[in-house]
Design a protein around this ligand. Structure first.
Ligand SMILES: Cc1cc2nc3c(=O)[nH]c(=O)nc-3n(C[C@H](O)[C@H](O)[C@H](O)COP(=O)(O)OP(=O)(O)OC[C@H]3O[C@@H](n4cnc5c(N)ncnc54)[C@H](O)[C@@H]3O)c2cc1C
Length: 397
C-alpha cells in the first residue's frame, strides 16, 4: 500500500483544513440545540462549502467537477478534516460524495444531463439516500428469507407511484433529490425485487415528516421521508429494474470509507481536546498528563487514531481498483471505525473529569457524536456479523 498522498490529495486535505478552521470550528455550538431542526441547519456554511467546491467534488469533470477527479482517499481526507471540526457537518457532506458517485455509476446519459447541471448550479442542492424504515432497520442490510421493504413502487402508465415511509434519513428534510429504495416485485427475493429511484423534493405526494431530535451529530438533520401516492416519471428509475440491492456494492464500499474518515476526524479531535486539557489541568501537584494512569488513556486513544488512519489508507487503496476491492475489509473498517472512535472519545471524556461533561466543553460533544456511529450505517453488530458471514462462507458478497 502506498501511504504517500498525491499532490491533488494533499491539496484537498489542506483546503478542507482551511475551510474547517474558517467556517466549521467557529460555529456557535449552542445552535445545535435549537429545538427546530430547520434552525440547526447552517445554510451559510453549506453555501460557502459549495462555493469552495466541496459539494461538487465528486461530479465528473465533463459536468463541472474537479480535474483530476477526486480520489477515494481524498474523500476520506476531506471528511476527516470536516469531522475534526464537527462530525455533523461532515455527515451532511458525505452524501455529496457517496450519493453523487451513485449517480455517476448508475444513471443513464439522459439522467446525468438532467441531474448534474442543476446540482452544480444550486449551492443549496443536497442529497439523501433512503433505505431505513420504521419497521425495518437492520433488516434490509441483513435480510431474512422473505423480507421486503414496506415502501413499494408501482408503475402506472408513464409514472412510478411510491407509497411508504422512510425514517432516520440524513438530509431527509432538506435534500433536493432523494435516492429511495422501494419494493418493485415482492414475489421475488429481496435482492431481485427491489429498485432504486431518484425522487425530487418537488415530486407530488412526497413530504418530510418528523425531524428526529437526537443525541449527537446534531448539525446533520435526520428525518422521516413520507410518500403518499408520490408520483415520479418512469425515467426516474436509477439503474436496472429490480437491481437496486445488487447495485449497492459500490455504495456500501464508498460509504464505509467516508464514514471511516468521519470517525477518524471525530476521534482525532477527542484526543486533541483531552491532551490539551491534561497538559493544563493540575492535580496531585502536576499536570495530570504526567500521571501515568492519565497518560495511558491518552496513549491508548492516540494509538487507536493511528490505527484508524492506517485502515483508511488501506481501504482507499483497495477501492481504487475493482480487482482489489474487498467487501470484507470494508465491513471491518465500518465496524472498527465506530469501535475505535467510541473508545477514544470515552477515554478522552474520562481524562477531562467533570469538566468534560459540561455542555460548553468539547469532550462531551466528541462522545455524543461518536456514540451515533454505533447505530449508523446499519448498526455496529451487523457489520461484525457481515464479517463473520464472509469468514464462514467465502466468498459471501
Ligand atoms: C446518524 C445516523 C444517520 C443515518 N442515516 C441514514 C440514512 O441517511 N439513510 C438510511 O437509510 N438510514 C440511515 N440511518 C439509519 C441506520 O442505518 C439504521 O439505524 C440502521 O439501519 C439500524 O436500524 P435500527 O436503528 O432500526 O436498528 P434495529 O434494526 O432495530 O436493530 C436493533 C438492534 O438489534 C440488532 N439486530 C437487528 N437485526 C439483527 C439480526 N438479524 N441479527 C442480530 N442482531 C440484529 C442490531 O444490531 C441492534 O443492536 C442513520 C442512522 C443514524 C444513527
Amino acid at each position: 500500500v502506498d501511504l504517500q498522498l498525491s499532490t491533488a490529495e494533499r491539496a484537498w486535505q489542506e483546503r478542507a483544513r482551511e475551510f474547517a478552521d474558517r467556517w466549521i470550528r467557529p460555529l456557535d455550538h449552542r445552535r445545535e440545540w435549537a429545538p427546530e431542526g430547520a434552525a440547526r441547519r447552517p445554510w451559510e456554511l453549506i453555501e460557502a462549502a459549495s462555493r469552495a467546491g466541496f459539494r461538487t467534488c465528486t461530479v465528473p469533470p465533463e459536468f463541472g467537477g474537479p480535474e483530476p477527479p477526486m480520489s477515494f482517499l481524498a474523500e476520506a481526507l476531506v471528511m476527516e478534516e470536516f469531522a475534526a471540526a464537527d462530525p455533523g457537518i461532515a455527515f451532511v457532506f458525505n452524501h455529496a460524495m457517496k450519493d453523487v458517485r451513485q449517480i455517476e455509476r448508475l444513471a443513464t446519459p439522459e439522467q446525468k444531463r438532467w441531474f448534474y447541471p442543476e446540482y452544480v448550479r444550486d449551492h443549496r442542492y443536497l442529497m439523501a439516500s433512503a433505505g431505513s424504515e420504521p419497521e425495518h432497520g437492520a433488516d434490509w442490510l441483513l435480510p431474512y428469507a422473505d423480507f421486503h421493504f414496506d415502501t413499494a413502487a408501482v408503475l402506472e402508465g408513464d409514472q412510478w407511484v411510491l407509497n411508504g415511509r422512510k425514517h432516520c434519513i440524513t438530509n431527509g428534510a432538506e435534500a433536493k433529490l432523494i435516492l429511495i429504495f422501494a419494493a418493485t416485485d415482492p414475489s421475488r427475493p429481496f435482492a431481485e425485487g427491489t429498485s432504486l429511484f431518484m425522487v425530487p423534493r418537488s415530486a407530488p405526494g412526497l413530504r418530510a415528516g418528523v425531524i428526529h431530535d437526537k443525541l449527537g451529530l446534531r448539525f446533520a438533520n435526520n428525518a422521516e421521508v413520507v410518500m403518499e401516492d408520490c408520483r415520479i416519471g418512469r425515467d426516474m428509475l436509477l439503474g436496472g429494474l429490480h437491481q437496486g440491492i445488487r447495485q449497492r456494492q459500490g455504495y456500501v464500499g464508498e460509504n464505509s470509507l467516508v464514514s471511516l474518515g468521519i470517525k477518524l476526524g471525530c476521534a482525532r479531535a477527542a484526543v486533541e481536546t483531552a491532551t490539551n486539557w491534561a497538559r493544563r489541568r493540575v492535580q496531585g501537584g502536576k499536570p495530570i498528563i504526567e500521571h501515568q494512569a492519565v497518560g495511558l488513556k491518552l496513549a491508548e486513544a492516540a494509538t487507536l487514531v493511528e490505527a484508524m488512519r492506517s485502515m483508511c489508507y488501506r481501504v482507499a487503496a483497495a477501492m481504487a481498483d475493482p480487482q482489489t476491492y474487498d467487501a470484507r475489509l470494508n465491513a471491518m473498517a465500518t465496524w472498527f471505525g465506530a469501535e475505535a472512535a467510541v473508545r477514544a472519545a470515552l477515554l478522552a471524556f474520562e481524562v477531562c473529569g467533570c469538566h468534560g461533561a459540561w455542555l460548553d466543553h468539547q469532550a462531551q460533544k466528541h462522545l455524543r457524536d461518536a456514540l451515533m456511529f454505533l447505530p449508523n450505517d446499519g448498526t455496529h453488530t451487523i457489520h461484525l456479523l457481515r464479517v463473520q458471514r464472509m469468514l464462514a462462507e467465502l466468498p459471501a458478497e
